[in-house]
Design a protein around this ligand. Structure first.
Ligand SMILES: [Zn+2]
Length: 878
C-alpha cells in the first residue's frame, strides 16, 4: 500500500479515537432513562468501521466495546465463562429483549427441562415450549486466521442491541442469543501480526506460529474430548448450562469461487444423530440461501466438500446432543486486505457460471473485501436467528421429542449400555475419559451390586453408561467402532449434484478422520451391552481413579508400573528431586511378587516424597527394603529439544501439550538453533513433530513469502547438524510423516513403503488399526502386546539387513496381520500387514527412533503416549 494511504488511515484512526471520546463523554451527561437509547456504534469506539480495509478488531477491543454497550443497554449481558490458555478472560454476550433478560433463569430452566426430557409428559413439554425462548449460540474466530466471523460478531451485537426494526424486535422477543469469541488468544495474535505487516511486502503472510498456543487449527478437532481450556468452557456453556436449539459455528474457507458455503452438508452423514437434526440443517441452510439471494448476495453454495462424518468438531459434537449445528464457510482472501477477482481466476468448471440446484446464483467475480465477508456472515447469522424466532415453539418441542425418542430407542435396541470394568491397564486414562464425557453431558453410573449381562459377570463398582439418556447418541458415537461407508457403492445417493466425480479404486476420502473410537484411542476395555443391564445403579458426578498409595515397607527401592501415563509424571518429579530411576530389562521376581520388563525402579528418594506422589497421582507404588536383582538401564532427566518450524504445524503444539501435561522440561528449537549446531552438548533427545512434507521441513517458507526471520527451514546445514548430533550420541525421534525426513536424509536401512504409494493402491487417511509391540524394547515398555493405534497418512517400513552398519535396525512395533482394521476405513491393507510401524535405528553413537504413526494424535490417543515418552527417556540411556 502507498505510504500516503497509510498516513491517511492513521489520521482517520486518530479522528475516530477523538470522536469516540466525544461520544462516551456525551453519554455521561445524558439522563439514565434516555441513555438506554444511545448505543455507541462500533466505529464510534474503535475509530473504524467493522470490516474496514486493513483493520482488524483485537479481542481486547471487542470486549471493551461490548462492555461499553452493556453499560448503556438493557438488551445485553456479558458473562465471564473462564480463562483462555494464555490467561485472557472469556465472555459470552447474552443478547435478548430487556424482558427476557430480566427472566433469564426461568428460560434457562425451561430449555434445560425440555433438553433432558425426563419426567415430562408431551403435554407438559408442549406447554413449556409455548412459554420458552429459543436459545441460539453463535460463535466466531475459532480459526483465528479466518478473520471475518469474529469481526462480524461485533457488528451483530450492535445491530441486535440497537435495532428498532420489526425483524430485530421479533428476534429479541423470541430468541436468547449467546455470542462467543471462540479463540480470544488467537484473535489478538492474528490482529497483532497483521497490523505489524500492513503496508509491508508481508501484509498477507501467514502467522509463523499456531493461533492457538497448543492446537492451532486443530482447536476445532478438540471438541469431543475437550483437552483445551477454551473447549472446556464452551462445552460447559453449551452442554451444561444453555442447551441451545441451534449452535452456529462460523468459518471462512469457502470452496472457491463460491462466496459462502452453507448447509445442506456433503456426504457421508454421521449416523448417530436424530434425523430431525439433518432436516433442520437443510431447512436452515435453505433459509440462509434464500436470504442471500433476496439481498442480491451471490455465490452461496451447498452440498460439496464439508461432510458430517467426523464428530470431533464443535458442530458435529452437538448434533448428537440434539442441537442443530450450523457450519458456514464464508470466502476468505487474507485478513483485512481486499482482492479483485475476474472469472478467468476461477477453476474451469466455474467459468461459465452455470446455475445449479445447490449453486443457483454463481458469483461473477469483482472485489472481495473483509467487509463483504462480514456482511455475508451477518446475513447468515440473522437468517439463523429469524428461523429460530419464527419456529421457536417447534424447535423447543423438538428438543424434548428428540431426547425422549433417543431414550426410548435404546430401551428397545442395542447397545443398551456401555459396561466399563474398573480394572484397566491405565485407570487414570479411564477416569480422564469418563470425566470428559460427563463434562460433555453424558451420565455415568456405578453398579451398587454384582450383576451379569450377556452371560458375563461384573462386580459391584463396575461403571455403566446406560443408553436411555438424552445424549446417548454422543456416547455411542464415541465408543462404537466406525464402519465408514463405501462411497463407490451408491454414487447417486452420496454425491451432491455439484460434485459429480468418478469414484474408482480408492473411495472418496472423508474431510477428517474415518474412525476415532475413543475407547481404542485410550486403550480401554469397554463392552457394549446387547441386553438390558439390570443392576442398582447410582449416578457419579465425577469418576475418581483408585486412591494411590505406597504399599510394603522399606525405602531402598520403589517399584512403579510402566503402563500408566501418571508414572511418567512421577518419573519427571522424581528426577527433579534428584532421585534415581532404572527400568528393568527383564521380568523378575522380588519380595515374592513378579514384575514385567520395563518395571520402574526408583531409589534415592524419601518415603514421604513417594507417599505424596502416590496420593497426588493416584498410583500404586510398591516399596521394598532391598533393590531387586535384575539387569536395568538407568534413565536420567532428559535434556529435551522439540523442533518448532516457522511453518506452524498443529502436531508440534499437541506434542507440547502432552509434554506439559506430563511435566517434561524441554526447549522449543527453531531453525536458527539447529543451524547453530553443538546440539549434542545441549540435548539428549530432539523430537521432530509431524510436518506437512520433508521438503517443507527442509526448505520452509520461500524468501519473499515471509519476513526474513521466518524463511528457509532446516536447510542442509541444519540436517548436517542433526546428523552430527546423532553421531555424537544424540537420539532423534521422528513423529509420523516426519519419518520421511529420516529415511530420505539419513540413509538408514529402512524405507517407508507408503511414501510413494498411489491413492488407488493404499489409502487410510485416519482410522484405528491394531498393532503388535515388542515389549522387550525400552520404547515399548508398558505397552500391551497388541494395542489399537491411530493411523493417519502414516508410515509402514521395510527394514533391510545391512553390512554397512554395526547393528541393524530393531523393529519395536508392527501392524497386525489379520483383523488389522479396528475402526474407520482402510484401502489396500495387504500392503502394510505385518510391516514395521516403529523402528529403532542405531547410528554411530546415537540413534533414530521412527514412530511411524501419530502416537500422540491431537492429545487424544492416550493409550500410545508412552511410546513418545519412552523414546525421550531412552535418549538419556548411554
Ligand atoms: Zn475454519
Amino acid at each position: 500500500m502507498p505510504l500516503n494511504n497509510l498516513c491517511r488511515r492513521l489520521i482517520m484512526n486518530r479522528l475516530g479515537y477523538l470522536l469516540c471520546l466525544l461520544v462516551v463523554g456525551l453519554l455521561l451527561f445524558i439522563p439514565a432513562g434516555a441513555r438506554a437509547q444511545v448505543i455507541p456504534a462500533p466505529e464510534d469506539i474503535l475509530g473504524f468501521k467493522v470490516g474496514a480495509d486493513y483493520h482488524l478488531i483485537t479481542y481486547d477491543q471487542a470486549i471493551d466495546y461490548l462492555k461499553k454497550v452493556a453499560s448503556v443497554s438493557d438488551r445485553i449481558r456479558l458473562k465471564e465463562i473462564g480463562q483462555t490458555t494464555l490467561g485472557l478472560p472469556m465472555y459470552c454476550a447474552i443478547i435478548s429483549s430487556a424482558d427476557n433478560l430480566a427472566s433469564l433463569e426461568k428460560y434457562q430452566e425451561i430449555i434445560k427441562k425440555l433438553s433432558l426430557a425426563r419426567g415430562l409428559s408431551p403435554e407438559e413439554a408442549l406447554r413449556l415450549s409455548a412459554q420458552g425462548k429459543a436459545v441460539v449460540y453463535i460463535d466466531g474466530g475459532l480459526h483465528a486466521s479466518e478473520c471475518a466471523p469474529a469481526q462480524h460478531l461485533v457488528q451483530l451485537a450492535y445491530d441486535l442491541v440497537s435495532g428498532r426494526d420489526e425483524k430485530t424486535l421479533r428476534i429479541l422477543d423470541q430468541v436468547i442469543c449467546l455470542l462467543v469469541f471462540a479463540n480470544p488468544d488467537g484473535m489478538n495474535l492474528l490482529a497483532d501480526w497483521y497490523h505489524k505487516n500492513v503496508g509491508t511486502p508481508f501484509e498477507v503472510s501467514p502467522l509463523p506460529y499456531l493461533y492457538h498456543y497448543y492446537a492451532g487449527h486443530d482447536n476445532n478437532r478438540d471438541s469431543y474430548l475437550a483437552n483445551l481450556k477454551e473447549t472446556q468452557h464452551l462445552t460447559r456453556l453449551v452442554n451444561q448450562e444453555w442447551y441451545p436449539v441451534i449452535l452456529y459455528n462460523h468459518h471462512q474457507t469457502a470452496p472457491f469461487p463460491a462466496r459462502i458455503w452453507i448447509p445442506p452438508n456433503s456426504e457421508p452423514t454421521n449416523p448417530n444423530v436424530h434425523p430431525l437434526i439433518v432436516r433442520w440443517q437443510n431447512l436452515i441452510g435453505s433459509a440462509m440461501g434464500a436470504a442471500f439471494d433476496s439481498e442480491g448476495k451471490e455465490g452461496a453454495i451447498s452440498r460439496i466438500f464439508f461432510d458430517t462424518w467426523y464428530p470431533g468438531y464443535v458442530t458435529q459434537v452437538v448434533d448428537s446432543h440434539n442441537i442443530i449445528s450450523i457450519l458456514t464457510e464464508t470466502a476468505l482472501y487474507r485478513y483485512a486486505t481486499p482482492r479483485f477477482y475476474t472469472v478467468r481466476d476461477f477453476p474451469p468448471e466455474y467459468q461459465d457460471l452455470t446455475m445449479s440446484a445447490f449453486y443457483p446464483s454463481p458469483w461473477k467475480g469483482g472485489w472481495w473485501r473483509l467487509r463483504d465477508a462480514v456482511d455475508y456472515c451477518l446475513t447468515a447469522s440473522k437468517a439463523v436467528l429469524e428461523v429460530a424466532a419464527k419456529y421457536r415453539q417447534e424447535l423447543l418441542f423438538n428438543k424434548y421429542k428428540m431426547a425422549s425418542e433417543v431414550m426410548a430407542r435404546f430401551q428397545k435396541e442395542p447397545p443398551y449400555a456401555w459396561i466399563i470394568p474398573r480394572a484397566q491397564t491405565d485407570p487414570g486414562n479411564l477416569a480422564l475419559l469418563l470425566n470428559r464425557l460427563i463434562l460433555l453431558g453424558i451420565e455415568v453410573y456405578e453398579a451398587q451390586e454384582d450383576f451379569t449381562c450377556d452371560g458375563l459377570s461384573y462386580p459391584r463398582g463396575t461403571l455403566v453408561i446406560p443408553m436411555s439418556q438424552p445424549f446417548a447418541l454422543f456416547a455411542k458415537n464415541m465408543l462404537e467402532e466406525q464402519r465408514y461407508p463405501d462411497l463407490r457403492k451408491y454414487p447417486d445417493l452420496w454425491q451432491g449434484l455439484v460434485q459429480s466425480r468418478k469414484i474408482e479404486g480408492s473411495p472418496l476420502e472423508a474431510y477428517d478422520m474415518m474412525g476415532w473410537t475413543l475407547s481404542y484411542q485410550f486403550n480401554l476395555k469397554i463392552q457394549a451391552a446387547s441386553s438390558l443391564v439390570s443392576a442398582k445403579l447410582t449416578p457419579l458426578p465425577v469418576v475418581n481413579p483408585p486412591a494411590g498409595k505406597v504399599e510394603g515397607s522399606g525405602s531402598a527401592a520403589f517399584l512403579l508400573d510402566h503402563g500408566q501415563n501418571a508414572s511418567f509424571v512421577a518419573m519427571n518429579r522424581i528426577l527433579k528431586q534428584k532421585g534415581k530411576i532404572a527400568w528393568a530389562r527383564k521380568s523378575f521376581t522380588h519380595d515374592g511378587q513378579s514384575y514385567p520388563e520395563g518395571t520402574i525402579i526408583v531409589s534415592s528418594v524419601s518415603r514421604d516424597f513417594m507417599d505424596k506422589l502416590a496420593r497426588d497421582l493416584s498410583l500404586k507404588i510398591q516399596a521394598s527394603g532391598s533393590r531387586p536383582t535384575v539387569e536395568t538401564i538407568e534413565v536420567k532427566a532428559p535434556r529435551l529439544g522439540v523442533y518448532q518450524s516457522w511453518v506452524a504445524v498443529e502436531d508440534e503444539g499437541w506434542t507440547r501439550f502432552i509434554l506439559d501435561e506430563h511435566e517434561f522440561s524441554y526447549k522449543s528449537l527453531h531453525d536458527a538453533d539447529i543451524k547453530a549446531g553443538h546440539l549434542a552438548s545441549q540435548y539428549d533427545t530432539i523430537v521432530i513433530p509431524d510436518h506437512y512434507s520433508p521438503e517443507l521441513l527442509l526448505h520452509g517458507y520461500r524468501k519473499g513469502d515471509m519476513p526474513p526471520d521466518y524463511v528457509g527451514g532446516l536447510t542442509e546445514r541444519g540436517v548436517n547438524n542433526l546428523k552430527q548430533f546423532v553421531k555424537e550420541g544424540g537420539t532423534l525421534v521422528f513423529l509420523n510423516t516426519s519419518c520421511n525426513l529420516a529415511t530420505g536424509q539419513f540413509q538408514p536401512a529402512v524405507r517407508n513403503l507408503l511414501e510413494k504409494a498411489k491413492r488407488d493402491e493404499f489409502n487410510c487417511s485416519g482410522s484405528i488399526l491394531l498393532a503388535e509391540f515388542d515389549r522387550t524394547h525400552p520404547v515399548a515398555y508398558g505397552m500391551d502386546s497388541q494395542q489399537p493405534v491411530v493411523f493417519a497418512e502414516s508410515c509402514a517400513f521395510d527394514v533391510f539387513p545391512s553390512f554397512a552398519q554395526k547393528s541393524s535396525p530393531r523393529i519395536v512395533a508392527k501392524y497386525a496381520g489379520d483383523n488389522l482394521l479396528l475402526s474407520g476405513w482402510i484401502h489396500g491393507e495387504k500392503l502394510i500387514q505385518q510391516k514395521a510401524a516403529i523402528v529403532d535405528i542405531p547410528l554411530e553413537k546415537g540413534k533414530l527412533i521412527l514412530l511411524g504413526f501419530p502416537v500422540q494424535f491431537r492429545a487424544q490417543s492416550r493409550g500410545t503416549f508412552k511410546l513418545l515418552f519412552n523414546a525421550i527417556f531412552y535418549g538419556t540411556v548411554k
